[in-house]
Design a protein around this ligand. Structure first.
Ligand code: LLP
Length: 407
């Protein structure tokens, strides 16, 4: 008989009762455990782990990470502001994204971030203009598109030539040369991120080889660099697929970049740090059967966790309390008015009753951060458990939160 589901010793069902559902619950200990694993894997001195805020920008989660000296990777002015508010040191923040506005560049320059990961020549010129206006040279790295297949979902693969991200090697070199010529640009190195939820080492190794090739050419031209940022994308296990072995990844990267010990290695994991540290708790509302399917209707939906609907992603799901009886194949669906609204399909679950709590696992990354108010559903509350104590870190939205901003 499976045990009652707990988070750092607190029963999930009691958390649902106390804070209501749908509810995201995160464990501080679980986040720190993942960070420790990564730190152990990356032995090269000076390596920085820059947490990709997009996975989960909740301030309490950010604070857990920045308190231990992690850096941050951001992709908008909003994420930059949230990283700064949480206490990440500006010199530990890298700013990526293909469409940074001048206002966003200004904020980064004003606060003195570590580097802008620049993704096009036109963006580099805009950054140069922003730097000239502020009379402060802009640190930048060039995002290389290595044209590598990451073998992940097409929506989250970013390192192919047909993707909008980064530039190809000749342009990357051209941008580095421009950096050398301009007094308002300060070239730092290369950036590369080939996609998300990648399970094998091969794509990372091929991307690292492509980055090393450009580094060799920079070196041949006498262009100095101090950063090599290999992005995030470290795959976690949600079901059958194995987790990416971060120790082997670290070894492969460290070997590839060993000719340049002066350069700091950066990695930008999001999912790896927080996915497994989070649960989404939902309450069973109703059950129904058609001639073809059994449905369990719960109070969380695709607006709370979009990943199953959007990517066909598999998330483990289980009752918070053990339930007796024969297991049956069911679809766990939400109240949103779309057939694409489901959390789990054709899963073997024990009998569930209205009022029961179910827990969706691996929900700490790209869960709340991708949630919406679709169908005018207020967004869920978030709770952080630390040292066996639960604390509300984001209050549940109300219908007023939806209606009042409208004029
Ligand atoms: N660095 C850059 C430049 C990125 O674009 C991303 C993710 C990361 C780091 C972090 O990747 P991670 O380590 O979390 O895989 N919504 C999708 C994932 C989109 C990822 C976008 N970029 C999902 O739910 O699977």
């Amino acid at each position: 008989m499976p045990e009652e589901l707990t988070v750092e010793g607190l029963p999930a069902a009691a958390l649902a009762r106390r804070f209501g559902t749908p509810l995201f619950v995160y464990s501080r200990a679980a986040i720190l455990d993942r960070l420790t694993r990564l730190r152990r894997a990356f032995a090269r001195p000076g390596t920085a782990i820059c947490y990709a805020l997009k996975a989960n920008p909740n301030q309490a989660v950010c604070r857990v990470l920045c308190a231990t000296g992690a850096g941050a990777e951001v992709v908008s002015g909003g994420e930059l502001a949230r990283a700064l508010a949480a206490g990440f040191a500006p010199r530990s923040i890298v700013f990526s994204g293909v469409g940074k506005t001048e206002a966003e560049m200004d904020l980064g320059l004003r606060r003195g971030i570590l580097t802008f990961n620049v993704e096009s020549c036109e963006e580099l010129l805009a950054l140069e203009r922003a730097a000239r206006r502020r009379r402060r040279p802009a640190p930048f790295s060039v995002r290389l598109n290595p044209d590598v297949r990451a073998r992940t979902h097409p929506h989250v693969t970013t390192g192919r030539a047909e993707n909008k991200f980064g530039v190809e090697a000749p342009q990357a070199l051209e941008m580095a040369r421009r950096g050398r010529r301009s007094r308002w640009l300060d070239f730092q190195g290369l950036h590369c991120h080939i996609g998300s939820q990648i399970h094998d080492l091969g794509p990372f190794a091929r991307a690292a080889a492509a980055v090393a090739e450009v580094l060799r050419r920079l070196q041949a031209e006498g262009i100095a660099f101090s950063l090599v940022d290999m992005g995030g994308g470290l795959g976690v296990s949600c079901g059958a697929e194995p987790e990416l072995d971060c120790a082997r990844l670290a070894q492969a990267l460290e070997r590839e970049f060993s000719p340049w010990p002066q350069a700091r290695l950066l990695v930008e994991p999001g999912r790896y740090l927080v996915a497994g540290a989070g649960l989404l708790l939902a309450r069973v509302l109703y059950r129904k059967e058609t001639s073809r399917r059994r449905f369990v209707i719960v109070d969380a939906a695709m607006n709370d966790l979009a990943r199953p609907s959007l990517y066909g992603a598999f998330h483990p799901i289980a009752p918070a309390r053990p339930r007796k009886g024969p297991r049956r194949r069911v679809d766990v669906v939400g109240p949103v008015c779309e057939s694409g609204d489901f959390l789990a399909r054709q899963r073997l679950l024990p009998p569930l009753q209205p009022g029961d709590i179910v827990a969706v696992g691996m929900a700490g990354a790209y869960g709340f951060s991708m949630s919406s108010q679709y169908n005018s559903r207020p967004r869920a509350a978030e709770v952080l458990v630390e040292g066996g104590k639960a604390r509300l870190t984001r209050r549940r939205e109300t219908v007023d939160d939806i209606v009042l901003p409208e004029l």
